[in-house]
Design a binder for this molecule. Sequence first.
Ligand code: F3S
Length: 410
Amino acid sequence: MKLTREEQAWLAGDGGKALKRAMEIIVALGKIYGAKRLIPMVSVQISGVSYRNLGSPGLDFLQRWVEDGARVRVPTTLNPAAMDLADWRAQGFDAKFAAQQHAVIDTFRRMGVEEGHPCPTCAPYLIGNVPAMGEHIAWAESSAVSYANSVLGARTNREGGPGAIAAALTGRTAAYGLHLDAPRRATLHIQVNTPVCTRSDYSALGAIAGKVARNRVPYFSGLPVRRSDRHWEENLKALGAAMAATGAVALYHIADVTPEARAQSMLAPEAETLTIIDLAPGYAMLSDPVTEIDLVWFGCPHASLVEIAHIAELLRDQTLATPLWVTCARPVKEAARSLELAPVIEAAGGRLVADACMAIAPVRDLGFETVATASAKAAFYLRNLAGVAARFGTIAQCIEAAIRGTWSVA
Ligand code: F3S
């Protein structure tokens, strides 16, 4: 692999121990994937922030890196933590867990993430981290990777936790995979021959497509989405998150909608074709046959203001029988409060939860064994990672479950 003189010096240790370790990781990844060089990039998004997943070995690893001088060189954001960093008591977390989670955030603060004020979120593109088409970035959260590549036209592979930190410390990533032109062409053509209307329909479609596509690049035709639709970005956010969960899809194209597919033909001549005629298998694969609902969770990926406004509209003058949490980035939560949306949700008995993701939180320890959601990714991870039962359905069905406390099977 060809390195610049500066990169060679960093690898030799001229920039200190932390930078040397970061360069070793970037170069090792590049060698594994056959990269010929490193490329500078403009932003990083780091995953592996929840103390529940990191535990004390992960925290020690991060603290050692900081003590060795780790400091980010490019704008960097963080994936969600396990809890709202301010309102964790109201969520039911104990002080010991909160202290451990804050210690993790503190290591990233000391690295200079978001200039020392991290706002953990899996939708950094909703709080100003919006790379332009063709820009190279190194993001780790799978739904954000999908959104950045597909909806924004930026270029990133699905980075792992240490790889993303190493990219943030060096400002470099290895030139392979989706940073190059050829791997961005679609090798699976998905023809959609069934109505796709609601947010959960996009999620169910993504769940089916992701299972078939695995790590290929799909190209959709027949989808009714238009860039002039009010919720088109939210629908594509749900579609991409679902494919990233049931498969490992990091990039997709939609005929005449996503930026690269608008500019040129992105379908490889050898692409296989899959026709989807029914979304019911997508709904079925994400649901357990439970009726009592302990928690209704929206905001996977983190909710936009448009989504929060929609939920507030549905909750106006209602009284909830079941806790209802909407996860989002802290600046979005603050904006929802200024726009008088948060008080409507809270008056019904719901809660806006900043900084957090329920799929990586100790949900069962908080007393929740069944969760209803309109997100395929949430249902997939709750069932497979958090060990809770899930009901997957439309936003309206989830709201109804929160009001009644039970899932309507009629
Ligand atoms: Fe975000 Fe967690 Fe969903 S990281 S995409 S809220 S599983």
